[in-house]
Design a protein around this ligand. Structure first.
Ligand code: G3H
Ligand code: 13P
Ligand code: ZN
Length: 322
């Protein structure tokens, strides 16, 4: 099957109460791990490429890796998406260069500027059969030392979404309801301790999501910053020379709940990085004499694959939906 847009995927996901996984890809092993899990679980998938990925691996290599995955997995729909496009020019280059979906992230601009930049991308993308994700509101990150009240101010404002979507013509909307990028999504102070002594992060703002859904019935919503930061991989990193204290992600049950509502696309990158790094660190500790990259990349690829499989079945709910 040729690469597809997300239009059909999102419609089915919205109606079916599940979400499509949007996984960031940076090299061959990551592309293979994700798509092999999706092929075996018969799941549609979005492979997304950031500006940093294009700088690291080169646009053409990434497109060809994803096209190779589509040949190897002919029975599942695969979309190739630009993650966090920062300008019309970056989006145009991906639209012209084989992507089926782009994100224009002009959320740091004013409302009017965000509309103007997004609208320009939408016009060009739609003329070329490509769909567009836009963003309203900005994701907090404790790396940015955003305090709680500043964070609250950056949630997407439900009263703005109808006008934004109507005036831009975007096909999906990324919103801010309490997720953030990276492996340190919440400070320990923001969390509570459960009976097992495990830190439980504050709940996502489902009230904001519900308000947005009421304003935009049937419209696909996107959640960025949705890694769960599995504690077994944090422990694996820390047990083998790494140092990632207090790495905390979004609990899986909350993502499952969002997937059952209007959230049709859930972005995951940090978890893939953690699985890869934890596995390689463990491997190096156990085999200090090995130096063939295939020896340590193989278990890393396998652990990413199993993590993705778990998400498809237990978190996103998209297994069997291809
Ligand atoms: O949203 C950010 C993604 O995790 C991509 O990260 O820009 O380091 O490739 P990156
Ligand atoms: P994580 O850092 O939570 O994996 O988020 C990835 C993301 O939103 C990519 O756009
Ligand atoms: Zn993101």
């Amino acid at each position: 099957m040729a690469l597809v847009t997300t239009t059909e995927m999102f419609k089915k996901a919205y109606d079916g109460g599940y979400a499509i996984g949007a996984f960031n890809v940076n090299n061959m092993e990551i592309v293979q791990a994700i798509t092999e899990a999706c092929r075996e679980e018969n799941a549609p998938v979005i492979l997304q490429v950031s500006k940093g990925a294009r700088a690291y691996a080169n646009h053409t290599y990434l497109v060809k890796l994803v096209e190779a995955a589509a040949i190897e997995c002919p029975n599942i729909p695969i979309a190739l998406h630009l993650d966090h496009g920062d300008s019309f020019e970056t989006c145009k280059s991906c639209i012209d260069g084989g992507f089926t979906s782009v994100m224009i992230d002009a959320s740091s601009h004013s409302f009017e500027e965000n509309i103007a930049i997004t609208k320009r991308v939408v016009e060009y993308a739609h003329d070329h059969g490509v769909v567009v994700e836009a963003e309203l509101g900005s994701l907090a990150g404790i790396e940015d030392e955003v305090n709680v009240s500043a964070e609250a101010a950056s949630y997407t404002r439900p009263e703005e979404v109808e006008e934004f979507v109507a005036r831009t013509g975007c096909d999906s909307l990324a919103i801010a309801i309490g997720t953030s990028h990276g492996a340190y999504k919440f400070t320990p102070e923001q969390c509570t301790l459960n009976e097992q002594g495990i830190l439980v992060p504050p709940a996502l703002r489902f009230d904001v999501l519900e308000e947005i859904t009421k304003k935009l019935p049937g419209f696909p919503i996107v959640l960025h910053g949705s890694s769960s930061v599995p504690q077994n991989y944090v422990a694996m990193v820390n047990a083998h020379g790494g140092k990632m204290p207090n790495a905390i992600g979004v609990p899986e049950e909350q993502l499952r709940k969002a997937a059952g509502l209007s959230v049709c696309k859930i972005n995951i990158d940090s978890d893939l990085r953690l699985a890869m790094t934890g596995t390689i660190r463990e491997y190096f500790d156990a085999h200090p004499d090995h130096f063939d990259p295939r020896q340590y990349l193989k278990p890393a690829r396998n652990n990413i694959k199993e993590m993705v499989r778990h998400k498809l079945i237990n978190v996103l709910g998209c297994a069997g939906k291809a």
